[in-house]
Write a protein of this length. Structure first.
Length: 116
């Protein structure tokens, strides 16, 4: 069974940091682009950051300079280090594996709440 399991979400004050992790099981993901997306109520899912199999990265403008995506292919895991968090970063964060010739894989999401 192929699945992604996210962890690391929670409640943090503005200006704080969190590190999200996403581990894949049931499949090898080191050849695929992996990414983080987020969604708030009433809005569509938006790209936060992606990282290719070779380590190239791309970020949403709203998180550039604050978030860092990385991956450990030996652990089938992708990370999202989030610093200088803002209330507008509050969302459910989803992990994704982009498989061009197969259906994408999505995690169930982890809630990140930024509030004082």
């Amino acid at each position: 069974q192929v699945q992604l399991v996210e962890s690391g979400g929670g409640l943090v004050q503005p200006g704080g940091s969190l590190r999200l992790s996403c581990t894949a099981s049931g499949t090898i993901v080191n050849i695929y682009t992996m990414g983080w997306y987020r969604q708030t109520p009433g809005k569509g899912r938006e790209l936060v950051a992606v990282i290719t199999s070779r380590g190239s990265t791309n970020y949403a403008d709203s998180v550039k300079g604050r978030f860092t995506i990385s991956r450990d292919n030996a652990k089938n895991t992708v990370y999202l280090q989030m610093n200088s968090l803002k209330p507008e970063d509050t969302a459910v964060y989803y992990c994704n594996v982009d498989r061009p010739t197969l259906p994408d894989i999505w995690g169930k999401g982890t809630l990140v709440t930024i509030s004082s």
